[in-house]
Design a binder for this molecule. Structure first.
Ligand code: UGA
Length: 489
């Protein structure tokens, strides 16, 4: 069943445009609209005296105040719901209560501060208090990978156990964490086991937030999906999402769970597809950027997620693709296509390092500047960052790496490689005296440096652009020996 929650459904204009300048965009810029919910409605359908906040307000609880939980909680509060975020990490809750945000996500800090001040967003370490508060209880806890790629669901199971005795009236328990198909059934079984009398329904409500644009993705989503086997739960879920202008797809629980894995793996497939093409471009002296442009102009294909580079990383794609492969194997339906997607992704970094090695001959003792450490721009997240893996591998071969990242340097010290590299205060400072410059993350500001000055400050002007951020001809005119991905040899 597909329905529209509001009267108009604007097409989400967010694109993956590589050279988009994030730096000047505040939250309003990201959304291209002011923040208040009345601007998302056709207000004519409401009487003049109706308060939108009162009309749509629901009591919601989010268990797990990490990246997804906190952003979701803040956005729900922003549209008028009364939200309580729960986390068992007392330090994190203290930080949040002090008004500090433990992660960098554009627009999130303002949203949290404003909604705490307005009394719509609160934090607690008490699951009991949280469950008491909400009519709908979202589970947004981590689902880390097991060594074999399958998902470790121990945190989900623990939350199910913990909330069971707290269910004193009817509640909708919503799984927002990314989980393998059939997890909803397990959550329901678990709650039932520990609280046989409890009145509840389980719903699956996958999130489609991208780090770096999570607030915009949540406030103005392409679609909202939830899976429910109960009319009572579905009615409440529709109310939760009523303030958001977006097409709504309601499915059964298993389909909703599959939609999340299928969506992420399809996006990863697009990336690996263009990366495989990039290898063919290198072998045939063609330009992958032009090929991506040409195929992307077909509206059936689309240009987004066709940016060739060092491959996908982050806390979602590598884990989710491995999990989808594992659950498909368990279901007796091996997903070989996805195994190839993973292989291509790994090969992309191998090929890049091989290219650097080929040009520098020996990496040992070479001074290499690396621009970018985060897994993508506009985040401080280093988890499963291909840029970090690249640095680790360069260091392992004896290279002397000096890195710069606009947001990721604060966290590099938490990783073993952090103590083995130098950190610079600017991209220009990182490049000084280097024998090669590597672009590992496509932060827009890297395109706006004084390249002549950078070239003059380097020992040898060799440039390896792992994200095709820069124009090869321009860089060659500036005197660089430029090497991109899939741009001929
Ligand atoms: C991804 C999905 O895009 C979200 O829809 C989803 O909700 C989220 O995972 C999740 O499961 O929670 P995210 O991991 O934040 O979001 O980042 P993406 O923007 O998707 O990028 C993932 C990786 O792919 C990055 O390393 C990026 O550099 C790489 N990428 C992306 C490419 O190499 N080429 C592209 O064309 C696009």
């Amino acid at each position: 069943m597909i329905s529209n929650l509001a009267l108009s459904v604007p097409k989400n204009s967010a694109t993956e445009a590589r050279r988009r300048d994030f730096s000047s965009s505040g939250l309003a810029g990201l959304l291209n609209k002011p923040l208040r919910p009345h601007l998302f409605f056709n207000t004519e359908r409401l009487g003049p005296d109706v308060s939108l906040f009162t009309l749509f307000q629901m009591k919601l609880t989010i268990i797990g105040s990490g990246y997804v939980g906190l952003t979701t909680g803040a956005c729900f509060a922003e549209v008028g719901h009364e939200v309580m975020c729960v986390d068992n990490d007392a330090k994190k809750i203290e930080t949040l209560l002090r008004g500090e945000i433990p992660i960098y996500e554009p627009g999130l800090a303002d949203l949290v501060t404003q909604n705490v001040a307005a009394g719509r967003l609160s934090f607690t370490t008490s699951t009991e208090k949280g469950v008491d508060h909400g009519d709908v209880v979202f589970i947004a806890v981590p689902t880390p990978p097991n060594p074999d790629g399958s998902v470790d669901l121990k945190f989900i199971e623990k939350v199910a156990r913990e909330i069971a005795p707290c269910l004193k009236s009817y509640k909708v328990v919503v799984d927002k964490s990314t989980v393998p198909v059939k997890t909803g059934e397990k959550v329901a079984e678990t709650i039932q086991r520990y609280a046989p009398e409890a009145e509840f329904d389980v719903v699956s409500n996958p999130e489609f937030l991208r780090e770096g644009s999570a607030v915009a993705d949540l406030m103005k989503p392409d679609r909202i999906v939830f899976g429910s086997n109960s009319d009572r739960a579905s009615a409440l879920m529709k109310k939760v999402y009523e303030p958001f202008v977006a097409p709504l797809l309601v499915t059964d629980i298993n389909s909703a769970e599959l939609i999340k894995h299928a969506a992420n793996s399809f996006l990863a497939l697009k990336i690996s597809y263009i990366n495989a093409i990039s290898e063919i471009c290198e072998a045939s002296n063609a330009d992958v950027e032009l090929v991506a442009e040409g195929i992307g102009m077909d509206s059936r294909i689309g240009r987004s997620f066709l940016n060739a580079g060092l491959g996908y990383g982050g806390s979602c794609f590598p884990k989710d693709i491995a999990a989808f492969v594992a659950i498909s194997d368990q279901l007796g339906v091996p997903f070989d296509l996805l195994k190839e997607v993973q292989k291509i992704n790994r090969r992309q970094l191998d090929r890049f390092i091989e290219r650097i090695r080929e040009k520098l001959w020996v990496l040992g003792e070479k001074k290499i500047a690396v621009w970018g450490l985060t897994f993508k721009p506009n985040t401080d997240d280093l988890r499963c960052s291909v840029a970090v893996e690249l640095v680790e591998r360069l260091v392992a071969e004896g290279a002397e790496v000096t890195a710069y990242d606009p947001k990721g340097m604060g966290r590099i010290g938490e990783l073993a490689v952090g103590s083995k590299i130098h950190l610079a205060s600017s991209p220009e400072a990182a490049a000084k005296g280097a024998e090669a410059l590597v672009i590992a993350t496509e932060w827009p500001e890297f395109a706006h440096v004084d390249f002549r000055a950078v070239r003059d400050s380097m020992l040898a002007p060799m440039m390896f652009d792992g994200r095709n951020l820069l124009d090869p001809d321009t860089m060659r005119r500036h005197g660089f020996d430029y090497h991109g991905i899939g741009r001929g040899i």
